[in-house]
Design a protein around this ligand. Structure first.
Ligand code: PHE
Length: 519
Protein backbone atom coordinates (compact mmCIF):
# COMPACT_ATOMS: atom_id res chain seq x y z
CA UNK A 1 0.00 0.00 0.00
CA UNK A 2 2.89 2.36 0.82
CA UNK A 3 4.30 2.03 -2.70
CA UNK A 4 0.90 2.86 -4.14
CA UNK A 5 0.70 6.00 -1.99
CA UNK A 6 4.13 7.07 -3.18
CA UNK A 7 3.04 6.49 -6.76
CA UNK A 8 -0.14 8.54 -6.30
CA UNK A 9 1.74 11.39 -4.65
CA UNK A 10 4.41 11.41 -7.31
CA UNK A 11 1.92 11.48 -10.18
CA UNK A 12 -0.12 14.20 -8.50
CA UNK A 13 2.94 16.38 -7.95
CA UNK A 14 4.08 15.95 -11.54
CA UNK A 15 0.58 16.87 -12.66
CA UNK A 16 0.37 19.94 -10.42
CA UNK A 17 3.88 21.32 -10.87
CA UNK A 18 4.58 20.07 -14.40
CA UNK A 19 7.67 18.28 -13.11
CA UNK A 20 9.53 17.10 -10.02
CA UNK A 21 12.85 18.88 -10.07
CA UNK A 22 14.72 16.50 -7.82
CA UNK A 23 13.56 12.99 -6.99
CA UNK A 24 15.76 12.99 -3.88
CA UNK A 25 14.09 16.04 -2.45
CA UNK A 26 10.74 14.52 -3.29
CA UNK A 27 11.68 11.31 -1.47
CA UNK A 28 12.84 13.35 1.52
CA UNK A 29 9.66 15.40 1.55
CA UNK A 30 7.46 12.32 1.84
CA UNK A 31 9.86 10.59 4.21
CA UNK A 32 10.74 7.60 2.01
CA UNK A 33 14.22 6.37 1.15
CA UNK A 34 15.22 7.53 -2.34
CA UNK A 35 16.39 4.10 -3.48
CA UNK A 36 13.01 2.69 -2.56
CA UNK A 37 11.15 5.38 -4.49
CA UNK A 38 13.43 4.70 -7.42
CA UNK A 39 13.11 0.92 -7.35
CA UNK A 40 9.43 0.61 -6.51
CA UNK A 41 7.92 3.58 -8.25
CA UNK A 42 10.04 5.59 -10.68
CA UNK A 43 11.35 2.63 -12.68
CA UNK A 44 7.99 1.01 -13.20
CA UNK A 45 6.21 4.29 -14.04
CA UNK A 46 8.97 4.84 -16.55
CA UNK A 47 8.44 1.40 -18.09
CA UNK A 48 4.75 2.15 -18.47
CA UNK A 49 5.64 5.53 -20.03
CA UNK A 50 3.61 7.47 -17.50
CA UNK A 51 6.65 9.58 -16.76
CA UNK A 52 9.93 10.47 -18.37
CA UNK A 53 13.08 11.17 -16.40
CA UNK A 54 16.31 13.03 -16.83
CA UNK A 55 19.29 12.03 -14.74
CA UNK A 56 21.13 14.67 -12.77
CA UNK A 57 24.44 13.88 -11.12
CA UNK A 58 25.24 15.54 -7.77
CA UNK A 59 28.29 15.41 -5.56
CA UNK A 60 28.44 15.72 -1.80
CA UNK A 61 31.16 15.47 0.85
CA UNK A 62 30.57 12.63 3.23
CA UNK A 63 32.47 11.34 6.26
CA UNK A 64 34.41 8.12 5.88
CA UNK A 65 34.01 5.49 8.60
CA UNK A 66 37.12 6.91 10.27
CA UNK A 67 35.75 10.44 9.95
CA UNK A 68 32.51 9.36 11.60
CA UNK A 69 34.43 7.86 14.49
CA UNK A 70 36.40 11.10 15.11
CA UNK A 71 33.31 13.29 14.76
CA UNK A 72 31.89 11.33 17.68
CA UNK A 73 34.91 10.69 19.95
CA UNK A 74 37.28 13.47 18.89
CA UNK A 75 40.44 13.22 16.83
CA UNK A 76 43.17 10.81 17.98
CA UNK A 77 45.42 13.79 18.90
CA UNK A 78 42.68 15.24 21.13
CA UNK A 79 41.94 11.88 22.72
CA UNK A 80 45.63 11.46 23.39
CA UNK A 81 45.89 14.96 24.89
CA UNK A 82 43.06 14.17 27.30
CA UNK A 83 44.79 10.94 28.31
CA UNK A 84 47.77 12.95 29.58
CA UNK A 85 47.33 14.30 33.11
CA UNK A 86 47.04 18.09 33.55
CA UNK A 87 50.07 18.03 35.83
CA UNK A 88 53.07 15.69 35.67
CA UNK A 89 54.02 13.03 33.19
CA UNK A 90 52.89 9.70 31.81
CA UNK A 91 54.79 7.09 29.81
CA UNK A 92 53.66 6.18 26.32
CA UNK A 93 53.18 2.61 27.50
CA UNK A 94 50.68 3.75 30.08
CA UNK A 95 48.71 5.70 27.45
CA UNK A 96 48.71 2.69 25.17
CA UNK A 97 47.19 0.70 28.02
CA UNK A 98 44.27 3.15 28.06
CA UNK A 99 43.84 3.91 24.36
CA UNK A 100 44.03 1.86 21.17
CA UNK A 101 47.62 1.50 20.01
CA UNK A 102 47.01 2.63 16.41
CA UNK A 103 45.12 5.62 17.71
CA UNK A 104 48.10 6.53 19.88
CA UNK A 105 50.47 6.23 16.91
CA UNK A 106 48.34 8.57 14.77
CA UNK A 107 47.54 10.93 17.63
CA UNK A 108 51.08 11.18 18.95
CA UNK A 109 52.56 12.63 15.78
CA UNK A 110 49.65 15.04 15.35
CA UNK A 111 49.74 16.22 18.95
CA UNK A 112 53.49 16.84 18.67
CA UNK A 113 53.00 18.85 15.47
CA UNK A 114 50.23 20.88 17.08
CA UNK A 115 52.58 21.44 20.03
CA UNK A 116 49.96 20.11 22.45
CA UNK A 117 52.32 17.57 24.01
CA UNK A 118 56.03 17.16 24.48
CA UNK A 119 58.34 14.29 25.18
CA UNK A 120 60.53 14.69 28.24
CA UNK A 121 64.19 14.28 27.41
CA UNK A 122 65.60 11.45 29.55
CA UNK A 123 69.03 10.07 30.21
CA UNK A 124 69.74 6.84 28.43
CA UNK A 125 69.29 3.94 30.80
CA UNK A 126 72.55 2.24 31.75
CA UNK A 127 73.63 -0.69 29.67
CA UNK A 128 71.59 0.44 26.74
CA UNK A 129 74.50 0.67 24.25
CA UNK A 130 75.47 -2.92 25.04
CA UNK A 131 71.92 -4.08 24.41
CA UNK A 132 72.03 -2.39 21.05
CA UNK A 133 75.16 -4.32 20.12
CA UNK A 134 73.49 -7.57 21.12
CA UNK A 135 70.48 -6.77 19.02
CA UNK A 136 72.61 -6.13 15.95
CA UNK A 137 74.07 -9.63 16.15
CA UNK A 138 70.65 -11.16 15.73
CA UNK A 139 69.63 -10.49 12.18
CA UNK A 140 66.26 -8.73 11.87
CA UNK A 141 65.74 -8.22 15.57
CA UNK A 142 64.67 -4.71 16.55
CA UNK A 143 66.26 -2.54 19.12
CA UNK A 144 64.05 -2.25 22.24
CA UNK A 145 62.01 1.01 22.02
CA UNK A 146 63.28 3.69 24.31
CA UNK A 147 60.62 4.60 26.85
CA UNK A 148 58.91 7.92 26.04
CA UNK A 149 57.73 10.12 28.89
CA UNK A 150 55.00 12.52 27.82
CA UNK A 151 53.59 15.70 29.34
CA UNK A 152 51.22 18.48 28.29
CA UNK A 153 52.67 21.55 26.65
CA UNK A 154 49.46 23.62 26.81
CA UNK A 155 46.66 23.67 29.35
CA UNK A 156 43.69 23.39 26.99
CA UNK A 157 43.13 22.53 23.34
CA UNK A 158 40.48 23.16 20.71
CA UNK A 159 39.68 20.06 18.57
CA UNK A 160 38.91 22.01 15.41
CA UNK A 161 39.04 18.95 13.17
CA UNK A 162 36.28 17.28 15.17
CA UNK A 163 34.11 20.36 14.75
CA UNK A 164 34.83 20.44 11.01
CA UNK A 165 33.82 16.79 10.72
CA UNK A 166 30.60 17.48 12.57
CA UNK A 167 29.91 20.35 10.16
CA UNK A 168 30.41 18.08 7.13
CA UNK A 169 28.04 15.55 8.68
CA UNK A 170 25.42 18.26 9.07
CA UNK A 171 25.88 19.30 5.45
CA UNK A 172 27.34 22.69 6.30
CA UNK A 173 29.73 24.47 3.95
CA UNK A 174 33.45 24.23 4.63
CA UNK A 175 36.35 25.99 2.98
CA UNK A 176 38.04 24.21 0.10
CA UNK A 177 41.32 24.19 2.04
CA UNK A 178 39.79 22.54 5.12
CA UNK A 179 38.03 19.95 2.98
CA UNK A 180 41.23 19.07 1.15
CA UNK A 181 43.00 18.70 4.49
CA UNK A 182 40.28 16.36 5.76
CA UNK A 183 40.33 14.46 2.48
CA UNK A 184 44.09 13.94 2.67
CA UNK A 185 43.57 12.44 6.13
CA UNK A 186 40.92 10.17 4.50
CA UNK A 187 38.27 11.48 6.88
CA UNK A 188 35.95 12.76 4.16
CA UNK A 189 35.25 11.71 0.58
CA UNK A 190 33.45 13.21 -2.38
CA UNK A 191 30.42 11.03 -3.16
CA UNK A 192 28.59 11.20 -6.48
CA UNK A 193 24.91 10.35 -6.53
CA UNK A 194 22.11 10.58 -9.02
CA UNK A 195 18.70 12.03 -8.79
CA UNK A 196 16.05 12.51 -11.41
CA UNK A 197 14.02 15.29 -12.92
CA UNK A 198 10.61 13.73 -13.41
CA UNK A 199 8.12 14.96 -16.00
CA UNK A 200 5.02 13.64 -17.75
CA UNK A 201 5.48 10.70 -20.10
CA UNK A 202 3.54 9.97 -23.30
CA UNK A 203 1.03 7.86 -21.40
CA UNK A 204 0.75 10.12 -18.36
CA UNK A 205 -2.27 9.55 -16.11
CA UNK A 206 -3.01 10.17 -12.47
CA UNK A 207 -3.79 6.47 -12.01
CA UNK A 208 -1.95 3.61 -13.60
CA UNK A 209 -3.99 0.82 -15.16
CA UNK A 210 -2.00 -2.35 -14.49
CA UNK A 211 -1.11 -4.03 -17.76
CA UNK A 212 -2.24 -7.65 -18.00
CA UNK A 213 0.11 -10.48 -18.80
CA UNK A 214 -2.31 -13.25 -19.72
CA UNK A 215 -5.46 -13.64 -21.72
CA UNK A 216 -7.93 -15.89 -19.91
CA UNK A 217 -10.93 -17.79 -21.16
CA UNK A 218 -13.15 -15.62 -18.95
CA UNK A 219 -11.80 -12.48 -20.61
CA UNK A 220 -12.51 -13.95 -24.02
CA UNK A 221 -16.03 -14.95 -23.01
CA UNK A 222 -16.86 -11.56 -21.54
CA UNK A 223 -14.91 -9.69 -24.22
CA UNK A 224 -13.16 -7.84 -21.38
CA UNK A 225 -9.90 -8.08 -23.33
CA UNK A 226 -11.13 -5.39 -25.69
CA UNK A 227 -10.55 -2.54 -23.26
CA UNK A 228 -7.59 -4.10 -21.47
CA UNK A 229 -3.97 -3.04 -21.68
CA UNK A 230 -1.51 -5.86 -22.15
CA UNK A 231 2.07 -5.91 -21.10
CA UNK A 232 4.50 -5.90 -24.01
CA UNK A 233 6.52 -9.02 -24.66
CA UNK A 234 10.10 -8.74 -23.55
CA UNK A 235 11.84 -10.27 -26.51
CA UNK A 236 15.20 -9.44 -25.00
CA UNK A 237 14.57 -11.65 -21.95
CA UNK A 238 17.14 -14.40 -21.79
CA UNK A 239 14.92 -17.11 -20.39
CA UNK A 240 16.04 -19.96 -18.22
CA UNK A 241 19.31 -21.57 -19.21
CA UNK A 242 18.82 -25.19 -20.31
CA UNK A 243 20.18 -27.72 -17.87
CA UNK A 244 22.19 -29.32 -20.67
CA UNK A 245 21.35 -31.45 -23.66
CA UNK A 246 21.45 -35.23 -23.86
CA UNK A 247 21.25 -37.46 -26.86
CA UNK A 248 18.33 -39.81 -27.06
CA UNK A 249 19.37 -43.50 -27.13
CA UNK A 250 17.81 -43.83 -30.58
CA UNK A 251 20.03 -41.03 -31.84
CA UNK A 252 23.11 -42.65 -30.36
CA UNK A 253 22.38 -46.00 -31.96
CA UNK A 254 21.45 -44.27 -35.20
CA UNK A 255 24.83 -42.53 -35.15
CA UNK A 256 26.53 -45.92 -34.78
CA UNK A 257 24.55 -47.45 -37.65
CA UNK A 258 25.28 -44.46 -39.83
CA UNK A 259 28.98 -44.79 -39.06
CA UNK A 260 29.00 -48.43 -40.07
CA UNK A 261 27.24 -47.63 -43.35
CA UNK A 262 29.70 -44.83 -44.07
CA UNK A 263 32.65 -47.07 -43.24
CA UNK A 264 31.27 -49.59 -45.73
CA UNK A 265 31.08 -46.91 -48.43
CA UNK A 266 27.33 -46.20 -48.43
CA UNK A 267 25.80 -42.80 -49.27
CA UNK A 268 22.86 -41.43 -47.31
CA UNK A 269 19.55 -40.93 -49.12
CA UNK A 270 17.39 -37.85 -48.47
CA UNK A 271 14.45 -38.87 -46.29
CA UNK A 272 12.80 -35.50 -45.70
CA UNK A 273 9.31 -36.45 -46.87
CA UNK A 274 7.10 -38.20 -44.36
CA UNK A 275 4.16 -37.64 -46.70
CA UNK A 276 4.45 -39.76 -49.80
CA UNK A 277 2.14 -40.82 -52.60
CA UNK A 278 0.88 -44.39 -52.84
CA UNK A 279 2.65 -44.42 -56.18
CA UNK A 280 6.19 -44.26 -54.75
CA UNK A 281 5.32 -46.14 -51.56
CA UNK A 282 3.49 -49.07 -53.28
CA UNK A 283 2.96 -48.96 -57.05
CA UNK A 284 6.58 -48.29 -57.97
CA UNK A 285 7.40 -51.35 -55.83
CA UNK A 286 5.13 -53.59 -57.90
CA UNK A 287 2.76 -53.87 -54.97
CA UNK A 288 -0.74 -54.52 -56.43
CA UNK A 289 -3.46 -52.00 -55.61
CA UNK A 290 -5.57 -54.69 -53.89
CA UNK A 291 -2.70 -55.70 -51.59
CA UNK A 292 -3.87 -55.90 -47.95
CA UNK A 293 -1.03 -53.61 -46.77
CA UNK A 294 -2.68 -50.79 -48.76
CA UNK A 295 -5.74 -51.07 -46.56
CA UNK A 296 -6.39 -48.13 -44.26
CA UNK A 297 -6.06 -50.59 -41.37
CA UNK A 298 -2.34 -50.69 -42.09
CA UNK A 299 -1.71 -47.33 -43.67
CA UNK A 300 -2.40 -43.75 -42.63
CA UNK A 301 -3.92 -41.98 -45.62
CA UNK A 302 -4.06 -38.18 -45.76
CA UNK A 303 -7.38 -36.35 -45.85
CA UNK A 304 -5.82 -33.11 -47.03
CA UNK A 305 -4.16 -32.95 -49.45
CA UNK A 306 -5.73 -36.24 -50.38
CA UNK A 307 -3.93 -36.62 -53.70
CA UNK A 308 -0.35 -36.01 -54.79
CA UNK A 309 0.37 -33.33 -57.40
CA UNK A 310 1.90 -35.53 -60.06
CA UNK A 311 4.08 -38.51 -60.86
CA UNK A 312 6.41 -38.83 -63.88
CA UNK A 313 4.03 -39.49 -66.79
CA UNK A 314 6.05 -41.97 -68.86
CA UNK A 315 7.20 -43.91 -65.87
CA UNK A 316 3.64 -44.12 -64.57
CA UNK A 317 2.53 -45.62 -67.89
CA UNK A 318 5.26 -48.27 -67.69
CA UNK A 319 4.29 -49.08 -64.09
CA UNK A 320 0.63 -49.40 -65.11
CA UNK A 321 1.59 -51.69 -68.01
CA UNK A 322 3.74 -53.86 -65.72
CA UNK A 323 0.93 -54.18 -63.12
CA UNK A 324 -1.70 -54.94 -65.77
CA UNK A 325 0.12 -57.11 -68.32
CA UNK A 326 3.63 -57.71 -67.04
CA UNK A 327 6.70 -57.68 -69.30
CA UNK A 328 10.10 -59.26 -69.78
CA UNK A 329 8.62 -62.69 -69.17
CA UNK A 330 6.45 -61.63 -66.21
CA UNK A 331 2.66 -61.97 -66.50
CA UNK A 332 1.81 -58.99 -64.29
CA UNK A 333 -1.27 -59.07 -62.06
CA UNK A 334 -3.93 -58.81 -64.77
CA UNK A 335 -6.11 -56.11 -63.15
CA UNK A 336 -7.18 -52.61 -64.08
CA UNK A 337 -4.54 -50.24 -62.60
CA UNK A 338 -5.97 -46.91 -61.48
CA UNK A 339 -4.03 -43.64 -61.24
CA UNK A 340 -6.60 -42.37 -58.71
CA UNK A 341 -5.47 -45.11 -56.34
CA UNK A 342 -1.75 -44.38 -56.91
CA UNK A 343 -2.26 -40.64 -56.34
CA UNK A 344 -3.51 -41.12 -52.76
CA UNK A 345 -1.26 -39.44 -50.22
CA UNK A 346 -0.13 -41.36 -47.16
CA UNK A 347 2.43 -41.28 -44.39
CA UNK A 348 5.17 -43.49 -45.80
CA UNK A 349 4.91 -47.01 -44.43
CA UNK A 350 8.53 -47.85 -45.16
CA UNK A 351 11.71 -46.10 -46.31
CA UNK A 352 11.71 -48.37 -49.36
CA UNK A 353 9.61 -45.53 -50.83
CA UNK A 354 12.78 -43.44 -50.61
CA UNK A 355 14.76 -46.21 -52.31
CA UNK A 356 12.28 -46.36 -55.19
CA UNK A 357 12.60 -42.61 -55.78
CA UNK A 358 16.39 -42.82 -55.67
CA UNK A 359 16.60 -45.78 -58.06
CA UNK A 360 14.26 -44.05 -60.53
CA UNK A 361 16.42 -40.91 -60.33
CA UNK A 362 19.58 -42.95 -60.81
CA UNK A 363 18.10 -44.51 -63.96
CA UNK A 364 17.23 -41.04 -65.33
CA UNK A 365 20.64 -39.54 -64.50
CA UNK A 366 22.47 -42.40 -66.20
CA UNK A 367 23.12 -45.54 -64.19
CA UNK A 368 26.18 -45.83 -61.97
CA UNK A 369 26.84 -48.53 -59.35
CA UNK A 370 25.67 -47.22 -55.95
CA UNK A 371 25.44 -48.13 -52.30
CA UNK A 372 22.70 -46.21 -50.53
CA UNK A 373 21.32 -46.12 -46.99
CA UNK A 374 18.80 -44.18 -44.92
CA UNK A 375 17.59 -44.12 -41.31
CA UNK A 376 14.36 -42.29 -40.65
CA UNK A 377 10.75 -42.46 -39.55
CA UNK A 378 7.95 -44.53 -40.98
CA UNK A 379 4.29 -44.80 -39.98
CA UNK A 380 1.91 -47.71 -39.72
CA UNK A 381 -1.65 -47.81 -38.50
CA UNK A 382 -0.93 -50.30 -35.79
CA UNK A 383 -2.29 -51.03 -32.33
CA UNK A 384 0.32 -49.76 -29.88
CA UNK A 385 1.77 -52.26 -27.41
CA UNK A 386 5.09 -53.11 -25.70
CA UNK A 387 6.82 -53.82 -29.00
CA UNK A 388 4.79 -51.80 -31.50
CA UNK A 389 4.40 -48.11 -32.15
CA UNK A 390 2.51 -46.41 -34.97
CA UNK A 391 5.60 -44.32 -35.65
CA UNK A 392 9.07 -45.83 -35.66
CA UNK A 393 12.41 -45.78 -37.47
CA UNK A 394 13.67 -47.88 -40.32
CA UNK A 395 17.22 -48.57 -41.38
CA UNK A 396 17.32 -49.13 -45.12
CA UNK A 397 20.20 -50.19 -47.29
CA UNK A 398 20.67 -51.12 -50.95
CA UNK A 399 23.41 -51.93 -53.43
CA UNK A 400 22.82 -51.69 -57.14
CA UNK A 401 25.32 -52.93 -59.69
CA UNK A 402 25.76 -55.39 -62.49
CA UNK A 403 26.20 -58.89 -61.23
CA UNK A 404 25.29 -58.49 -57.55
CA UNK A 405 23.95 -61.76 -56.21
CA UNK A 406 22.01 -63.25 -53.33
CA UNK A 407 25.40 -64.18 -51.88
CA UNK A 408 26.34 -60.48 -51.84
CA UNK A 409 23.10 -59.72 -50.00
CA UNK A 410 23.65 -62.32 -47.30
CA UNK A 411 27.36 -61.46 -47.01
CA UNK A 412 26.77 -57.71 -46.74
CA UNK A 413 24.15 -58.14 -44.05
CA UNK A 414 26.37 -60.52 -42.10
CA UNK A 415 29.25 -58.09 -42.40
CA UNK A 416 27.02 -55.21 -41.27
CA UNK A 417 25.84 -57.00 -38.15
CA UNK A 418 29.27 -58.35 -37.29
CA UNK A 419 30.42 -54.72 -37.07
CA UNK A 420 27.75 -54.32 -34.41
CA UNK A 421 29.17 -57.27 -32.53
CA UNK A 422 26.40 -59.62 -33.67
CA UNK A 423 28.11 -62.59 -35.28
CA UNK A 424 25.27 -65.04 -35.37
CA UNK A 425 22.89 -64.14 -38.19
CA UNK A 426 20.38 -66.40 -39.91
CA UNK A 427 18.13 -65.97 -42.91
CA UNK A 428 14.71 -67.40 -43.52
CA UNK A 429 12.96 -67.42 -46.91
CA UNK A 430 10.09 -64.96 -47.02
CA UNK A 431 7.77 -63.16 -49.39
CA UNK A 432 7.73 -59.52 -50.49
CA UNK A 433 5.82 -58.19 -53.50
CA UNK A 434 8.96 -56.32 -54.65
CA UNK A 435 11.76 -58.80 -53.92
CA UNK A 436 12.59 -62.25 -55.19
CA UNK A 437 14.17 -64.06 -53.50
CA UNK A 438 13.31 -62.52 -50.13
CA UNK A 439 14.82 -63.32 -46.75
CA UNK A 440 13.91 -62.39 -43.22
CA UNK A 441 16.94 -61.66 -41.02
CA UNK A 442 17.29 -63.16 -37.53
CA UNK A 443 19.95 -62.51 -34.93
CA UNK A 444 20.79 -64.62 -31.89
CA UNK A 445 20.26 -62.80 -28.62
CA UNK A 446 22.49 -64.47 -26.00
CA UNK A 447 20.65 -62.92 -23.00
CA UNK A 448 17.22 -63.88 -24.27
CA UNK A 449 18.75 -67.12 -25.57
CA UNK A 450 16.69 -67.01 -28.72
CA UNK A 451 16.67 -65.88 -32.33
CA UNK A 452 15.01 -62.49 -32.73
CA UNK A 453 13.72 -61.08 -36.00
CA UNK A 454 15.72 -58.06 -37.09
CA UNK A 455 14.38 -57.25 -40.52
CA UNK A 456 13.61 -58.18 -44.05
CA UNK A 457 15.60 -58.23 -47.27
CA UNK A 458 15.74 -59.42 -50.85
CA UNK A 459 16.65 -58.72 -54.46
CA UNK A 460 14.37 -56.19 -56.13
CA UNK A 461 12.24 -57.79 -58.87
CA UNK A 462 12.71 -56.92 -62.53
CA UNK A 463 9.01 -55.88 -62.51
CA UNK A 464 10.09 -53.04 -60.21
CA UNK A 465 13.43 -52.14 -61.88
CA UNK A 466 12.55 -52.38 -65.59
CA UNK A 467 9.84 -49.65 -65.65
CA UNK A 468 12.32 -47.33 -63.90
CA UNK A 469 14.60 -47.63 -66.90
CA UNK A 470 17.55 -49.35 -65.22
CA UNK A 471 19.75 -51.43 -67.56
CA UNK A 472 18.37 -55.01 -67.66
CA UNK A 473 21.57 -56.58 -66.29
CA UNK A 474 21.60 -54.40 -63.16
CA UNK A 475 20.62 -56.13 -59.93
CA UNK A 476 19.63 -54.48 -56.65
CA UNK A 477 19.99 -56.10 -53.27
CA UNK A 478 18.18 -54.39 -50.43
CA UNK A 479 17.21 -54.75 -46.79
CA UNK A 480 15.34 -52.94 -44.08
CA UNK A 481 15.16 -53.27 -40.31
CA UNK A 482 13.99 -51.34 -37.32
CA UNK A 483 16.09 -49.02 -35.20
CA UNK A 484 14.03 -49.44 -32.04
CA UNK A 485 14.58 -53.14 -31.47
CA UNK A 486 18.40 -53.14 -31.41
CA UNK A 487 18.26 -49.99 -29.27
CA UNK A 488 15.96 -51.68 -26.77
CA UNK A 489 18.35 -54.61 -26.60
CA UNK A 490 21.42 -52.38 -26.22
CA UNK A 491 19.81 -50.22 -23.54
CA UNK A 492 17.92 -52.98 -21.79
CA UNK A 493 14.52 -51.38 -22.34
CA UNK A 494 11.63 -53.83 -22.49
CA UNK A 495 8.78 -51.48 -23.39
CA UNK A 496 9.05 -49.49 -26.61
CA UNK A 497 6.90 -46.75 -25.05
CA UNK A 498 9.68 -46.11 -22.55
CA UNK A 499 12.00 -45.43 -25.47
CA UNK A 500 9.99 -43.32 -27.86
CA UNK A 501 6.90 -41.15 -27.68
CA UNK A 502 5.23 -38.77 -25.27
CA UNK A 503 5.44 -41.11 -22.26
CA UNK A 504 9.23 -41.23 -22.20
CA UNK A 505 10.74 -40.21 -18.87
CA UNK A 506 13.24 -37.44 -19.58
CA UNK A 507 15.55 -38.74 -16.85
CA UNK A 508 16.02 -41.96 -18.80
CA UNK A 509 17.36 -39.83 -21.62
CA UNK A 510 19.53 -37.73 -19.33
CA UNK A 511 21.10 -40.64 -17.53
CA UNK A 512 21.41 -43.43 -20.10
CA UNK A 513 24.94 -44.66 -20.80
CA UNK A 514 26.81 -43.85 -23.98
CA UNK A 515 26.05 -46.26 -26.77
CA UNK A 516 27.87 -49.57 -26.30
CA UNK A 517 27.63 -51.85 -29.26
CA UNK A 518 28.04 -55.57 -28.94
CA UNK A 519 25.76 -57.71 -26.82
N1 PHE B 1 10.41 -52.43 -46.76
C1 PHE B 1 10.50 -53.65 -46.04
C2 PHE B 1 9.77 -53.51 -44.69
O1 PHE B 1 9.07 -52.60 -44.48
C3 PHE B 1 11.93 -54.04 -45.78
C4 PHE B 1 12.65 -54.38 -47.03
C5 PHE B 1 13.44 -53.44 -47.63
C6 PHE B 1 12.54 -55.66 -47.62
C7 PHE B 1 14.12 -53.72 -48.79
C8 PHE B 1 13.21 -55.93 -48.75
C9 PHE B 1 13.99 -55.00 -49.34
O2 PHE B 1 9.84 -54.31 -43.86
Amino acid sequence: AAAEDVEDQLLQQVDKQGEIEDSRKFAESIGVNHDKVLGDTIKSLLAYELITTKTVAHTRWELTAEGQQYAKDGTPEAQLFHAVPEQGTISREEIEAKLNKDLVTIGFNRAMKERWLEVEKEKKPEGAPEEKKEAKKEKGAKAPPKPQIVKRKVATIDDIVQKQLQSVAEGKELSEKDLKALQSRKLVELVTFKSFVISKGPKFALKRTKALTDMTKEMMDSKAWKGATFKDYNFAALGLPPSGGSLHPLLKVRAQFRKIFLQMGFEEMPTNNFVESSFWNFDALFQPQQHPARDSHDTFFLKAPEKCRSVPEDYMKRVKEMHEHGGGGSLGYGYDWQYSEAAKNLLRTHTTAVSSRMLYKLAQDGFKPKKYFSIDRVFRNEAVDRTHLAEFHQIEGLICDRGVTLGDLLGTIEQFFSRLGMNEIRFKPAFNPYTEPSAEIFGYHPQLKKWVELGNSGMFRPEMLQPMGLPPDVNVIAWGFGLERPTMILYNIDNIRDLFGHKVNLNVIRSNPICRLGY
